[in-house]
Each structure stands twice: as structure tokens, then as C-alpha cells.
Design a protein around this ligand. Structure first.
Ligand code: HEC
Length: 476
């Protein structure tokens, strides 16, 4: 039986967008924290080996920025992710915790180590010997990267569960097909972000002269050299994606493709500037330009994360859970019992609806559509269906996974579907006070036929041709 969780209504924003917003900010900060640790180790080493006489001053200055950003903002947004995720899709988080309980715990242990090492450095760096400083920074960098290592496996599993689907073995789920390409790609991103922030910090160190600043900047730019690997790692990642997801990114979905291009374009701009300008020509970069590049890097991260999350549709965990929290094996049953028959949660504005059919429709919408759609805001169903008549709407919703293959199959009774259609039409007409209750028998029979034609399988069961399991099945 399916579980019900209270869902939050974000008004014109859809839950998926709110989630993406929080996640993008968090990923950006967290990846900076990981790269920052590595950069500090490098500069501490430069100082100890006499390669740069300003490196020590830089380490102490940079560390304050790192601590401020990664400890405070990183931790706040990290908790924010959990808080948002349970409102957007409690079943997804539930599944992730259930399957990877001890991996989360391991990740958390490394996060604790990161905090302890970081705080110890922050508090005692003046008293410590060079060697102790390097050890502590090394510990910090290692722990930060390890927390990326663990979390990356769990996130990659959502898109490419791979062999795990058959074996259910923890190792198969964790070391899944996109594990290595995404881990390595993210590591390169971490180093790039750290290098860009370093350029901004150096510019703010006004007591250093131009040459001193330039020598630090050229060192920091060396962290961006691994960006040359990005095209290869990116191609490897794309190759590891399921064929249908890759299809959305490479043209199948205009929005996804656009974000992908933004991400690639911004990365090329940063990489080109860093490699040609800073590394080869050893140019100076001022604070404004460095900030602009960092902003571009934020754009690239946002585009990349949006694509990664979006390309999973219609799944939140591939073959395990649809984005709306319904499991593929539940669909056939919900077509008989109804998807909201035991939904215990009231509607926000219950009195607004002129009749019970519309109330039912609103609940069906909340359960099956609201994670990806709003009625009037972003990805608005009232708008998308504005030119359709009732009959078209019934058929296209009954065949939802064939209407657009990144939607899950409809998982409710014909009566629920009809109530949803009425709800969409009523909303599209600005919610009049009176609305007829349409429960015509022929209409329901027609919907039933369309539902059968659509079948209960997703549109792309692993890129195979579409299946129609229930074709011609006699109806009881
Ligand atoms: C996994 C996310 C997701 C879920 C769940 C989902 N949709 Fe969609 N739907 C989309 C996306 C993305 C589009 C594409 C919007 C566009 O083309 O601009 C879309 C498009 C549509 C369209 C327009 C189709 C067309 O051919 O133009 C309709 C109508 C629609 N959805 C209705 C629904 C209804 C009703 C539900 C719930 C029963 C639902 N969707 C559930 C993601 C979803």
C-alpha cells in the first residue's frame, strides 16, 4: 500500500524548483569547501618548501573565508536540503535512508572530522608548528573529500542504480555506473571553485604589492589545470547515463538542453580564461573579473545540477520510485483502488471548491502531478492544456507516459481521472462558484479504455520499444 506524507504547497513555485534552488546553493558551497581544503594544503606546502613567501599569510586569510562560508552557510543549507526534501518527496528520502543507512552515517562521521579538523586549525593555527598545520589541513581536506565520496555514490544511484536493481547489493548500488565519472568531475569542479575564490581573496589582501598578488594568483590558477579533463569526464558521465535520460539532455527536452548548453558554455569560458590567461600567460586577474568568473561557475553548477536532476524524470529513483512518490508496481493496483482513497490530509482551501468532485480532483493533482506542475505558476497545467477540449484532456492524461515520456503513467481510477480533468478545467476558467458534476457513464468507460491502451509501464522501460501490456484485456 502506498504511504501518504503531508506535502507543502509552494504556490506558483513547484516543489521541484524549490528543491533545485536549495540544492544548487548547497552543492556550490560544499564543493567550494572540498576544493578549499585541497588548496590550503597546497599553499601550506608552498610555504614550508619556501616556494612562495606570501603563502602563509594567504592560508590564514583564506581559511577565514572558507570557515565562514562552508561551516555556516554550508551547514545551514545542508540542513535546508533535508528540510526541503522531506516536504517535496518524503518517499525518496525514506528510500535513500533505508538503503544506505550506514553510508549516510559514514558520510556524517567524515563531516564531523572535517568540522573538528577545521575548527582546530581555525582556533590554534598561530601556535602550531608547520608540520602540525599541514597535518591538520590535510585531515580537513581528506575528510571533506570523503564526505563528497560517500554522498556522491548515493546521489548517482538515484539516476543509475545499475546492477543493484537485480542484486540489491549495497556495493552495486554505491559503486554504480555513474559513480566514478561524477566523483571525478565534481572533484575537478571543487578545485576550480577554490581557485576562483582564491583569486578574489588575493585581491582583497591590500597590504601585498602587485607582484606578490600575481605570484599567489598564478599558483591558485594551477588548481584549475585539471579543467582540461572536464570534456572527457563529462562525456564519460553522459555515456554512463541511461539512454532516455541522455536523450533529454541532448535535444529531447528543449529546457534541459538549454541548461546543458549554459553549463558547457560557462565552463568553457572559465576554463579558457584560467588556462590561457592565468596559467600560460601568467596574467593578473582583478577582483571584479574573478567574481564574474565565480558567478559563471555558479551558473555552470546550477545548469549542471538542474540537468542531472531533471534528466531522471519520470523517476526520482530509477525503476524504484516515480517523481511523485508512486512505485511502478503500485500503478496497476491504484488504477483499481484509487490513488487518494486513503489520503488523510485535508485540502488547504477546502471551502473554495464548489463540489466534491473538484475536491477529489485537487487531491489527485496534489498526489500525482504537483511535484512537477503547478496549476497556474511554473509548468502550469491550466496553461499547458488551455487549447485542449475535455476529451483531448482525458485521453492525454490517461496516456500520460505516452503524451510526454518523462511523465509517469497515470495511477488512479477513471473517476479520479475525470475529477482531475474537471479540476483543471475549473481552474482554467478562474474557479467559478458553480460547476456541474460530470459523471457520465460513457465518459468513464472511454477513459477506462484509454487507460488500458496506455498500459501501466513507463514509456521507456530502459530504452526498449514501448510495451502495451494491457492491450485488448477484457474488462470486468
Ligand atoms: C515527473 C514530473 C511530472 C509529473 C509527475 C507529471 N508531469 Fe506533466 N509534464 C512534465 C513536464 C516536464 C512536462 C513538459 C512541459 C513542457 O513541455 O513545457 C509535462 C507536460 C504536461 C502536459 C502538456 C503535455 C503536452 O503535450 O503539451 C500536461 C497536460 C501535463 N503534463 C499534465 C500532467 C498531469 C495531469 C499530471 C498528473 C497526473 C502530470 N502531468 C504529472 C512533468 C511531469
Amino acid at each position: 500500500m502506498s504511504e501518504f506524507y503531508p506535502v507543502n504547497d509552494y504556490g506558483p513555485l513547484m516543489p521541484g524548483l524549490v528543491m533545485a534552488g536549495v540544492a544548487i546553493v548547497h552543492v556550490f558551497l560544499a564543493q567550494f569547501a572540498v576544493g578549499g581544503g585541497m588548496l590550503l594544503c597546497y599553499f601550506q606546502w608552498l610555504d614550508m618548501t619556501g616556494r612562495n613567501s606570501h603563502a602563509r599569510k594567504f592560508v590564514d586569510g583564506y581559511f577565514r573565508v572558507l570557515v565562514l562560508i562552508s561551516f555556516i552557510l554550508g551547514a545551514l543549507t545542508g540542513v535546508g536540503i533535508w528540510f526541503t526534501a522531506i516536504q517535496v518527496s518524503a518517499p525518496t528520502i525514506g528510500e535513500m535512508v533505508l538503503r544506505f543507512h550506514w553510508l549516510w552515517a559514514t558520510e556524517w562521521a567524515f563531516f564531523c572530522l572535517e568540522i573538528v579538523a577545521g575548527y582546530s586549525f581555525y582556533r590554534y593555527h598561530r601556535q602550531l608548528s608547520d608540520h602540525a598545520r599541514l597535518t591538520l589541513l590535510g585531515l580537513y581536506a581528506f575528510a571533506a573529500w570523503m564526505s563528497l565520496f560517500w554522498i556522491n555514490g548515493i546521489l548517482a544511484w538515484q539516476l543509475t542504480p545499475g546492477e543493484w536493481l537485480v542484486t540489491q547489493a549495497l556495493a552495486d548500488g554505491f559503486l554504480n555506473p555513474s559513480f566514478w565519472p561524477s566523483l571525478l568531475f565534481r572533484t575537478v569542479v571543487c578545485l576550480t571553485l577554490a581557485g576562483l575564490v582564491a583569486c578574489i581573496v588575493v585581491n582583497s589582501m591590500s597590504d601585498l604589492d602587485r607582484d606578490a598578488q600575481r605570484s599567489l594568483i598564478n599558483r591558485a590558477a594551477q588548481l584549475m589545470i585539471p579543467m582540461v579533463l572536464m570534456p572527457f569526464l563529462g562525456a564519460w558521465y553522459l555515456a554512463s547515463m541511461p539512454a532516455d535520460s541522455r536523450g533529454w539532455v541532448l535535444g529531447g527536452s528543449p529546457a534541459m538542453m538549454l541548461f546543458f548548453m549554459i553549463s558547457v558554455g560557462a565552463s568553457l569560458a572559465i576554463g579558457g580564461y584560467a588556462l590561457i590567461g592565468l596559467v600560460l600567460q601568467r596574467l593578473y586577474i582583478n577582483g571584479a573579473t574573478a567574481s564574474l568568473l565565480l558567478l559563471l561557475a555558479f551558473g555552470a553548477t546550477a545548469g549542471g545540477e538542474f540537468v542531472r536532476e531533471g534528466s531522471r524524470k519520470p523517476w526520482s529513483i530509477r525503476h524504484v520510485l516515480y517523481s511523485n512518490g508512486i512505485r511502478p508496481e503500485e500503478v496497476a493496483g491504484l488504477r483499481k483502488t484509487g490513488s487518494v482513497a486513503d489520503d488523510p490530509f485535508p485540502l488547504t482551501r477546502d471551502a473554495l471548491y464548489p463540489n466534491d468532485q473538484l475536491r477529489l480532483g485537487a487531491k489527485v493533482f496534489r498526489r500525482q502531478c504537483a511535484v512537477c506542475h503547478t496549476m497556474h505558476g511554473s509548468n502550469a497545467v491550466a496553461h499547458l492544456t488551455a487549447t485542449w477540449d475535455s476529451s483531448q484532456m482525458r485521453m492525454n492524461i490517461a496516456k500520460l507516459q505516452h503524451t510526454k515520456p518523462f511523465m509517469p503513467p497515470f495511477a488512479g481510477t477513471p473517476a479520479e481521472l475525470e475529477s482531475l480533468v474537471q479540476y483543471v478545467r475549473w481552474s482554467g476558467r478562474n474557479q467559478p462558484l458553480n460547476w456541474p458534476t460530470d459523471t457520465c457513464r460513457e465518459v468513464l468507460a472511454q477513459i477506462e479504455t484509454w487507460l488500458e491502451e496506455a498500459g501501466t509501464a513507463p514509456a521507456n522501460p530502459d530504452g526498449e520499444p514501448e510495451r502495451h501490456q494491457h492491450d485488448g484485456e477484457p474488462e470486468s
